[in-house]
Design a protein around this ligand. Structure first.
Ligand SMILES: [Zn+2]
Length: 129
C-alpha cells in the first residue's frame, strides 16, 4: 500500500465515522408506505428501514435503530442512493452496488454490517417486515 492509497483509505474511514456520528436520513418518517427491520446477529446491528413509495418510485427513505459505524454509513448511503429510484431497480441491486458506494475494502467478517440496509430495504419493498 503506497502513501497516496493509505491517505485515501483513511479519508474514507473518516467519512464512515462521520456518517456514524451524523448519519444522513436517520429518524422515523410518518409518510412511510413500506418498512422492515433487519438484524445482524454477528455484530448486533438492529435497524429499521422506512420507505415512502409513490407510483413505483422511492420518494423518501429513512432508517432508525442501532448499529456499528459500517452499518450506519451503509444505511446513510443506501437511503440516500435509492431516493428517486424505481422499486424494480432497487430489487435488482446487489452487494457490489453497496460496496461501490462505500468505496472501502470490507473485511469478510463485516460484510453483513454493510449489506444489512440493502437486504432490509429489499425486504420492505417485497412487503415483508
Ligand atoms: Zn455491524
Amino acid at each position: 500500500v503506497d502513501k497516496a492509497e493509505n491517505k485515501n483509505l483513511s479519508m474514507y474511514r473518516e467519512h464512515i465515522l462521520e456518517l456514524w456520528k451524523h448519519p444522513e436520513n436517520y429518524g422515523a418518517m410518518a409518510e412511510r408506505t413500506h418498512e422492515a427491520r433487519g438484524f445482524n446477529e454477528l455484530c448486533g446491528d438492529d435497524i429499521v428501514i422506512q420507505l415512502q413509495v409513490v407510483e413505483g418510485r422511492v420518494k423518501n427513505a429513512r432508517f432508525t435503530g442501532t448499529g456499528c459505524a459500517l452499518c450506519f454509513a451503509s444505511s446513510s448511503m443506501f437511503t440516500e442512493k435509492i431516493k428517486g429510484l424505481g422499486v424494480e431497480d432497487i430489487l435488482k441491486m446487489g452487494s457490489q452496488d453497496i460496496l461501490r458506494l462505500l468505496e472501502v475494502d470490507i473485511h469478510p467478517a463485516r460484510i453483513k454490517c454493510v449489506l444489512l440496509p440493502l437486504e432490509t430495504g429489499q425486504k420492505a419493498l417485497k412487503g415483508q417486515r
